[in-house]
Design a binder for this molecule. Structure first.
Ligand SMILES: Cc1ncc(COP(=O)(O)O)c(C=O)c1O
Length: 434
């Protein structure tokens, strides 16, 4: 396939700075580049000229961007700013702010360097861009057996990944043996892994000790000569409700663990800041001894993939978020929402602990964080039948995943939580015919 000289030039830089990173790229990843010599750079050069007939936006005769009154009158932001395109890599201010916030939220990042977060159209798009850059048809992607359903479309359907799953749990604990086996055994080569904590669907985050075991296993694998791409899907970051559970992203430990490990953090405000429809996310790279040149080239590659995919992420969302991040009330406002979710989490735990009879029909999988928890149905009770009875007889909706019920306690008003579990119990009894 034809490879543009601009892609070749980025590849040369990446090879010089880290052969490992180059080896981790997919063919599409090797071919992509952010066009420096095309429309964007010519537009940039024409900025400020009396007559500027380069940009693809419509301008009023007074020089401002066109904006319908019915839109401008309901948005409390400068008109020109929020209807304009955002830069392809994202609004530079929000990228910088998000980077600063990463340091604040993950104290172990102190003194470590990593790339400037690239803005994507939320996490799904960030993950998809990583598929584009790093997954070739037939590549193995290692992940836990409980994973967000959309990974199938994102990585299998779109990029031809073959999933190789480890068991998330060994009883009540993270199954470190299963993870170690996947990451350490077999012939030496490239390993591509995605880890998602707090996990969707289980609501599990490893304890701090378990997190260190995961990090050690990845380090051992790298020391043994494997080249590892470690994607950290941190969609539910910060929503941890118990002491002793890891509060930092694994990115904080993996971003400088070994020259054979490229860590990529995918995160964003979707769940962290309660803005599901804003469609903003970030992709951030870290590797031991990663040079500024390497990170620039990775940003250019990612920028190229974004440019060819959605062009750029929504500007209005980035501006509204920046406003929040710069507000003195931001931390307090977030804490209030966190407290509401934690209160629900505590009530779920309490309800399950009080109602021993529920164990006849279902038991909870380990959970300590996030939006969800799962219950495993007792043998013989069909999840789809329970779901249907809940909908039809109990006015209640849950998700059935192969006889595992996923319960989004984050979405249920606190006072309805006991009723939710009682309804599930009664529906199970009905399905079981007892
Ligand atoms: C584990 C996980 N990753 C990523 C996402 C995608 O988030 P976004 O809405 O920002 O694309 C979700 C959303 O449900 C999720 O559960």
């Amino acid at each position: 396939m034809y490879r543009n000289p601009q892609a070749e030039s980025l590849n040369d830089t990446i090879k010089e700075e880290s052969k490992i990173v180059y080896e981790l790229f997919s063919e599409k990843g090797k071919n992509i580049f952010f066009p420096k010599k095309g429309i964007l750079s010519q537009t940039e050069q024409a900025k400020g000229k009396k007559i500027n007939a380069t940009i693809g936006s419509a301008i009023e005769n007074d020089g401002t961007l066109m904006c319908l009154d019915s839109i401008g009158s309901v948005v409390n932001l400068t008109r020109g700013s929020f209807v304009s395109y955002a830069p392809g890599f994202g609004n530079p201010e929000i990228r910088k702010k998000w980077q600063e916030m990463l340091y604040k939220k993950n104290p172990s990042l102190k003194g470590k360097s990593f790339s400037v977060p690239m803005t994507t159209a939320a996490l799904t798009h960030g993950l998809s861009m990583l598929g584009y850059l790093f997954i070739d048809d037939g590549n193995t992607l290692c992940l836990s057996d409980l994973y967000w359903e959309n990974y199938d479309l994102l990585f299998r359907n779109a990029y031809g990944a073959v999933f190789d799953t480890f068991s998330l749990f060994n009883g009540e604990r993270f199954n470190i043996d299963s993870f170690r086996e996947k990451i350490l055994s077999g012939p030496k080569g490239v390993r591509k892994v995605i880890l998602n904590f707090p996990n969707n669907p289980s609501g599990y985050t490893p304890s701090s000790a378990e997190a260190m075991q995961i990090v050690s296993a990845i380090k051992e694998s790298a020391e043994a000569g494997n080249k590892i791409l470690a994607i950290l899907d941190d969609a539910y970051f910060n929503l941890v409700y118990e002491e002793g559970i890891e509060r930092e992203s694994l990115f904080a430990y993996l971003c400088d663990i070994h020259e054979n490990v490229l860590a990529v953090k995918v995160d964003g405000p979707t769940k962290e800041d309660y803005v599901w429809g804003f469609r903003i996310g970030f992709v951030t790279y870290g590797i031991k001894n990663g040079s500024r040149k390497l990170y620039d080239a990775l940003e250019q590659k990612t920028g190229g993939a974004i440019r060819g995919n959605i062009s750029n992420a929504p500007n209005i969302s980035q501006l509204l978020l920046l406003n929040a991040y710069n507000s003195p009330e931001y931390d307090h406002e977030k804490e209030l929402k966190y407290n509401t979710l934690k209160e629900r989490y505590i009530l779920v735990k309490k309800t399950l602990a009080q109602k021993n009879q529920y164990a006849e029909c279902f038991t909870a999988l380990p959970f300590n964080s996030g939006y969800f928890m799962c219950v495993k149905l007792a043998g013989g009770i069909d999840g789809e039948a329970v779901r249907s009875v809940l909908l039809n007889d109990f006015n209640t909706g849950i998700i059935n995943l192969n006889n595992l019920l996923r319960i989004a306690f984050a979405a249920v008003p606190t006072d309805l939580i006991p009723e939710l579990f009682e309804n599930i119990y009664l529906a199970c009894k009905k399905v079981a015919g007892s």
